[in-house]
Write a protein that binds this ligand. Structure first.
Ligand code: PEP
Ligand code: MN
Length: 370
């Protein structure tokens, strides 16, 4: 596995940096005044050392705000000059990286979509080899730890040793309350593969909504991650991208005041603590299990509506028998006992019937009212 040796500590990147490192700033640079106002308010808190901003925005579909481009780099230089904050931007290709260097950007980060592509990573690694800039590598969109490690290795091999990973969650294949599934176990696995590699958490992109940011940020700190990258905008309600997940600088300050930061004496030993690792795996699996059950119930309700419309009875014995026998067979293959699978199915089935009965009763009573 990966040998990421001689990785520099965050505190040695520049003067005044310490761990946990707090990076904050808007999802996107939108205008000079938005960048300057946001940076001014963030700088006033005194808790943030690096100001982030997206200059070129990777959009899933064209037509959304794609970033201000080169103009934004001048605003970042101004932020540095006026407020003494270090600056960080995302680079997705060598042209971006060249412009970032030309404008003296301090830290470069690699976005999740770029990490997913080894060709782009290799080009960037070769290009950045001689520049000695810190590079932050976000996790790839897919929950594939090797793809993440591979990207880090490419930079490391090219001679970049001011390296850190950023955990921003993974694409959820099913609808979830969070924008991206954290899958903490993957960040933990990365740390256990390379225990000197700093890992930051980006709770904003995991959450997708400011409501969930505090608990995710706290969880990251409890796992002794090395810092946070939090999207912050002077007025999120007018943000051109990721409006729902950006905090105001005041909210950021409040959050940083409320979070519990652990003492450095238990650092590292704790992050790879076996019990914590296993518990995180259980937490992640339970969350996915409950989300799947909730989706199952939603489908059950859809079936209820269909049955009601077509006057089909709720319980169809043959279907139920088939469910039981196929699931028991599958359970056995997966090492689960017949008794356990049966009990679990009965519980789920009971709840499903109740849901369908409610749906059908509601539909019947509203059609009676008409
Ligand atoms: C971002 O940080 O604004 C961003 C686009 O993040 P990600 O690459 O994690 O989606
Ligand atoms: Mn964003």
């Amino acid at each position: 596995m990966a040998k990421l040796k001689s990785i520099s500590k965050i505190s040695s990147w520049f003067d005044g940096l310490n761990e946990p490192l707090i990076i904050a700033g808007p999802c996107s640079a939108e205008s000079e005044s938005q960048v300057m106002q946001t940076a001014k308010e963030i700088a006033e808190s005194g808790k943030v050392k690096i100001f982030r901003s997206g200059i070129w925005k990777p959009r899933t579909r064209p037509g959304n705000f794609e970033g201000v481009g080169e103009d934004g780099l001048k605003w970042m230089q101004q932020v540095k000059k006026e407020f003494g904050l270090y600056t960080a931007i995302e680079v997705a290709n060598t042209e971006h990286a060249e412009l970032a260097i030309k404008h003296d950007i301090d830290v470069l980060w690699i976005g999740a979509r770029t990490t997913s592509n080894p060709f782009s990573i290799q080009e960037l690694a070769d290009f950045l080899a001689g520049y000695n800039k810190p590079v932050l590598v976000k996790n790839p969109i897919n929950p594939d730890v090797n793809l993440w490690v591979g990207a880090l290795e490419r930079f490391h091999k090219a001679g970049v040793n001011k390296l850190a990973a950023v955990h921003r969650g993974f694409f959820p294949f099913e609808a979830t309350t969070l924008r991206n599934i954290p899958k903490w176990e993957i960040a933990i696995e990365l740390k256990s593969i390379c225990n000197t590699l700093p890992i930051l958490c980006d709770p904003s992109h995991i959450a997708g909504d400011t409501e969930y940011i505090p608990e995710i940020a706290q969880k990251a700190l409890d796992l002794n991650m090395d810092g946070l990258m939090i999207e912050t905008h002077y007025n999120p309600s007018v943000a051109l991208s990721d409006m729902n997940q950006q905090l105001t600088p005041i909210q950021l300050e409040e959050l940083l005041g409320r979070l519990i930061f652990r003492t450095t004496t238990v650092k590292n030993s704790d992050f790879t603590n076996v019990l914590e690792t296993l518990r995180s795996q259980i937490d992640s699996i339970d969350q996915q299990m409950l989300e799947l059950l909730s989706q199952r119930m939603n489908i059950v309700e859809e079936i209820g509506k269909y049955k009601s419309k077509n006057e089909v009875t709720i319980l169809q014995l043959r279907r139920w028998e088939k469910i039981v026998s196929t699931r028991i067979k599958l359970g056995k293959k997966l090492g689960l006992t017949e008794e356990f699978v049966k009990k679990l199915l009965q519980l789920v089935h009971k709840e499903s019937i109740q849901r369908q009965t409610e749906v059908m009763n509601n539909l019947n009573s509203s059609s009676r009212k008409k």
